[in-house]
Design a protein around this ligand. Structure first.
Ligand code: KIV
Length: 266
């Protein structure tokens, strides 16, 4: 099998090499990620907010995830692609969840699925792993539970919450999740979870002590301007660059400078 695999990701963890993941949703950005050697692309259900302009990830459907995952796979044939299972695609019953996860793997060519939750999804994780579907867990702040968690916030500062994060991590590891995303948790807790862990830890707002890091493509290239959580680092002021290009196009059309002879057919 060409490209990045669960085995090669574990090798990186063993060798202490950081794993780099980007969450993105389309052919072009996936291709750019593959060109620079990003290890994993997550087709995240954050697409509900970033791509569709919704307030939360909750409205995203399974069909939409499959549509975006197919586009990503076309752009990144050798990158390890993980698809987020959207809200209510895995909560109703184990049977329905397995069928939906199976659809994602069969129809998109993705390598793994990601499921939010800890102990409550451990049995599902175990069943999926046993039928050969690699599973990524997601604990700490879990966006699909935004209402229950009382908004976007750091999870695990209080002792009780930290204990819950630890027991969720253990449950996912025991169920066979090969990787766990840790979102918005204190860095000390991340360190404790990562040291001696079997599963690969990937952080977002979880500090430096993870096996790898993930950011959303549109955040890291500066296309999302309305919200900027503390954990986001912008490597480009993309929105400003895009606006400049659009402004130049607008003024050249209005002034008759575009199209010139060069852009016209004889
Ligand atoms: O949906 C997403 O993009 C995610 C990452 C931010 C971890 O879940």
């Amino acid at each position: 099998m060409d490209g990045i695999t669960v085995r090669s990701l574990f090798k990186k963890k063993r060798e202490g090499k950081k794993i780099v993941m980007v969450s993105t949703y389309d052919y072009i950005s996936a291709k750019l990620c593959e060109q620079v050697g990003i290890d994993c692309i997550l087709v995240g259900d954050s697409l509900g907010m970033v791509f569709q302009g919704q307030d939360t990830t909750l409205p995203v459907s399974l069909e939409e995830m499959i549509y975006h995952a197919k586009a990503v796979r076309r752009g990144a044939k050798n990158t390890f692609v993980i698809v987020d299972m959207p809200f209510m695609s895995y909560q109703v019953s184990i049977e329905e969840a397995i069928r939906n996860c199976g659809r994602v793997i069969k129809e998109t060519g993705a390598n793994a699925v990601k499921i939010e939750g800890g102990e409550e999804v451990a049995e599902l994780v175990y069943r999926l792993v046993n039928i050969g579907i690699p599973v990524v867990g997601h604990i700490g702040f879990t966006p699909q539970s935004v209402h229950a968690l009382g908004g976007y916030r750091v999870v695990g500062r209080a002792v009780e919450e930290a204990e819950r994060v630890k027991s969720d991590f253990k449950a996912l590891e025991e169920a066979g999740a090969f990787m766990v995303v840790l979102e918005s948790i204190p860095k000390g807790l991340t360190k404790e979870l990562t040291e001696g862990s079997r599963a690969i830890t990937i952080g977002i707002g979880a500090g430096p002590y993870c096996d790898g890091q993930v950011l959303v493509f549109h955040d890291l290239v500066g296309l999302v301007e309305d919200i900027k959580p503390r954990f986001v680092k912008r490597y480009l002021e993309g929105a400003e660059l895009f606006r400049n290009a659009l402004n130049r196009f607008k003024s050249e059309v209005e002034s008759g400078l575009f199209p010139s002879e060069e852009e016209s057919y004889g």
